[in-house]
Design a protein around this ligand. Structure first.
Ligand code: RUB
Length: 322
């Protein structure tokens, strides 16, 4: 269980963060566990993998990338322990490789939408969004970036560090300055934690306000999202759980107040009508096409049949009647 406990701790404490990085770390820890497991039967192997998957899934409730990655890695049918071990190792390897390639492809596709001299506003710290920005920079488009601080966890500081390394002209703003600068912005580019069946976006808290400002100023709003960030569960009517984090992140020492409490939702929902395009590794799509991505790329089989996480009745029924 060692690789799992360690990875779960790092995801929980946000030492590992960002939807893509969480998903890859979870896949790698399942691979490492599968390689180390000393078990007597296939049933025992499956049950240890299931237990590990549940530990990982409990860390951060919002990012569907985590549950999609865990389901993809734990989806196998095997006759013995060695076959099962090989399957988990191979599934994890494929997931990690494909997700890294997807980030690059998103850069290629999204980078084409950036014009020479554009100013791009980004929020939080998204490798997929930064891939688009990097591709435009490499193509000599003389871009400028405005990055938000992204309180309370200051992910904007990670972003400006990366932009500094790339040599991209950048301005850092406090989150509340977004509307003030929006008229200087040509397009907004953000990442995604979840894309729902109707094309809405769940991303770092503050994203929805930025989208509202962009909408008001008629500024393009672009989302960078690998296809494994689309949520099959939302087709079944499931709502996305918005993670509420510790109040100390917002105001250390708040517990001394008797009548004040802190709300600290980590993510918010941007309606699809505020999104111009979602750049995925399979193309730049209008948000309304999200249902098709879920159906064709992810399917409902993620939840059924061969994942050791077990079948789920309602999904199976829907799959059968489709
Ligand atoms: C990170 C966040 C990022 C997405 C996409 O939130 O909201 O925009 O996860 O990131 P947190 P990426 O810091 O709370 O995990 O494109 O790197 O997957």
């Amino acid at each position: 269980m060692e690789p799992i406990t360690e990875t779960a701790r790092k995801i929980d404490s946000m030492e590992i963060r960002g939807a893509g990085r969480i998903a890859r770390a979870a896949a790698a820890s399942l691979r490492d566990l599968a390689q180390q497991l000393d078990v007597k039967s296939l049933e025992e192997f499956n049950s240890r993998i299931r237990e590990a998957a549940e530990t990982l899934l409990a860390t951060r409730p919002t990012a569907v990338s985590l549950s999609n990655a865990v389901k993809m890695v734990t989806r196998y049918s095997a006759n013995d322990v060695e076959e099962a071990r090989q399957a988990v190792v191979s599934n994890a390897g494929k997931f990690i490789e494909n997700s890294e390639k997807a980030v690059e492809k998103i850069g290629e596709i999204g980078g084409r939408r950036i014009r020479k001299g554009d100013t791009i506003l980004t929020h939080c710290n998204s490798l997929a969004a930064l891939s688009i920005i990097k591709a435009a920079h490499i193509a000599d488009k003389a871009i400028k970036v405005i990055a938000t601080e992204s309180r309370p966890r200051w992910q904007g500081r990670l972003t400006i560090g990366m932009l500094e390394e790339l040599g991209i002209d950048t301005e850092l703003i406090v989150d509340s300055a977004v509307r003030s600068v929006m008229n200087d912005v040509d397009l907004v580019v953000v990442g995604a934690d979840v894309i729902t069946a109707n094309g809405s976006l769940v991303n770092k808290i503050g994203t929805a306000q930025i989208a509202l400002c962009a909408h008001e100023a008629r500024t393009s709003f672009v989302v960078a999202a690998e296809t494994y960030k689309f949520s099959p569960e939302t087709i079944m009517g499931e709502l996305v759980t918005i993670e509420e984090r510790d109040s100390e992140e917002v105001y250390p020492g708040i517990s001394k107040f008797r009548h004040v409490k802190v709300r600290n939702p980590a993510f918010d929902v941007t309606p699809h009508s505020y999104i111009d395009v979602i750049c995925t590794e399979v193309g730049a799509i209008p948000p309304e096409m999200s249902y098709l991505i879920i159906k064709e790329r992810l399917g409902w089989e993620l939840d059924i049949a061969t994942s050791v996480l077990g079948p789920s009745g309602s999904e199976k029924e829907c799959c059968d009647c489709d």
